[in-house]
Design a protein around this ligand. Sequence first.
Ligand SMILES: Cc1cc2nc3c(=O)[nH]c(=O)nc-3n(C[C@H](O)[C@H](O)[C@H](O)COP(=O)(O)OP(=O)(O)OC[C@H]3O[C@@H](n4cnc5c(N)ncnc54)[C@H](O)[C@@H]3O)c2cc1C
Length: 562
Amino acid sequence: MYDVVVVGAGCAGMRAAIEAYDTGASVGVVSKLHPTRSHSGAAEGGINAALGNTAEDSPEKHAFDTVKGSDYLGDQDAIEIFTAEAPGDIYQLEHWGCVFSRNEEGKLAQRPFGAAGSPRTVYSADITGHVLVHVLYEQLMKRMEEGSLVVHEESFAWRLMVEDGRCVGVVCWDLVRGGVKLVTGRSVVLATGGMGRIYRATTNAYSCNGDGMAMALHAGLPLKDMEFMQFHPTTLYPSGVLITEGCRGEGGYLLNRDGERFMARYAPNALELASRDVVSRAETTEIEAGRGINGSVLLDLRHLGAEKILTRLPGSRELAMTFAGVDPIYDPIPVRPGAHYMMGGVATDNWGATELEGLYAAGEVACVSVHGANRLGGNSLMETITFGRRAGRAAAEHALASGRRGEVSDAPARDAERDLAQLLSRTDGERPWKIRDELGASMLENFGVFRYPDRMERQLELIQELRERYRNVVVEDKGEIFNTDLTQALELGYMLDLAWCMVQAGLAREESRGAHSRPADFPERDDERFLKHSISRWGDDGPELSYEEVRMTRWQPEVRTY
Ligand SMILES: Cc1cc2nc3c(=O)[nH]c(=O)nc-3n(C[C@H](O)[C@H](O)[C@H](O)COP(=O)(O)OP(=O)(O)OC[C@H]3O[C@@H](n4cnc5c(N)ncnc54)[C@H](O)[C@@H]3O)c2cc1C
């Protein structure tokens, strides 16, 4: 038994593991991927902290921008902790060896990002996530050599183990050797990342299926604000590969088919650097009004010149050339909104603690909530680091204080073996792919950038139909070794349950706030009725919805314009 088990090895999981270890705990990390293949590694644009290296800035300004960006749904105490601790966390990363880009004075460079009052996004060209993941992995390896930190990579966590009202580990499927294994600990930190794959058009890796959120949901824990899925304004058509907001930060324009910089009509001050929900809605409106090209608009970088593109945005150029056949030095890039980031997740306090004793959560799987109804670009990587550190510390302190306990029961392993054997013994039925495709396409159609009551109702019915079909799902690969057919069937089960929570919460939220926009029936924000968090819990007949107050410290809701 470890002191702390960390499930997930992206930025949040690795940062939590390092902190737990440095607090004195033995640590087991479980990950279905090799750590450096986590989706965090795909992050491009950067990470936000008010260092004030390019223009005057302060944690207070960062906090205000985040509160406003969240459309006042973010918990302000969490946001104040976040923005105050972010600069120290950046310097720590820098001292560990992150090669951040620098300005002429030799200080860490900071680029402007959407809805930020000051340039505060620290970056490594446009491969920031890649750099972070590799530096964190290096730190992990250093601690592995010392002994009491072990990484169980290619282990698929499937269920949380709960004993006497405490979380004591996870039930895993061993991808390399096959078979069920238990990884037990006195504390568990969920850091399994997001769930963009629930949509057909998404920037997220194939591994982002909301596993941790679903595990927590089925262990009786509340999920918070699940209706808020962020659509990123610039994803390549048709693959969904992300083109970073850094392109607009460096001065890129958005054009419609008439060559018009249409953002002037939607956000006259911030233009392309309005917040993401605003830009995604503007693009969708242009496309639906027939001013798009093949369902997309154009991101024009040509006026930046070859040198700036080659030094600041080399990765984006390569992506555009590979996936759209366009060299942005000479031609504009076709882009459209795509599902990008889940603002909601497992409800935690400011130390990452959940309602279940011994269970913590950090990173995209969690909802602290610093992002509220809309996340600012660059705030998520920072959240994985700051709250990953906090959750790792709290989990270690809990484990060390709880002292030694006897071994836990292995009954969960036998239950899992029985259930998996049953699933694998089925020989006829439907394969998961079609159900997965239909879920992704219909979520995009019925629960996308704009949401309409009839379409949401239809989506709820569809999810029930898909769940019904899922009961007969068949896994054709009966093998033990790298049976991704099996794990993808399990992931589909998670996604169907989470989609239900999302649409149910969206239908009940009769207002437009942040990423949740109902232009036909409730076009305005309604603070009277809905300045509150949606809470989804799994009941006997599916998710049950309730509400919780938003924690406010300094900022009262104001009209939100950019
Ligand atoms: C293309 C792209 C670009 C982005 N760019 C930026 C940016 O520039 N700035 C910014 O702030 N944010 C950005 N984001 C958002 C940000 O990168 C993510 O929100 C953040 O990295 C998530 O980190 P995480 O550690 O929570 O999860 P992840 O990095 O997704 O890691 C999840 C981990 O959990 C493991 N895991 C998942 N399920 C299981 C399971 N069942 N069993 C075992 N292990 C499991 C995986 O193996 C993985 O190790 C971007 C996101 C995308 C998709």
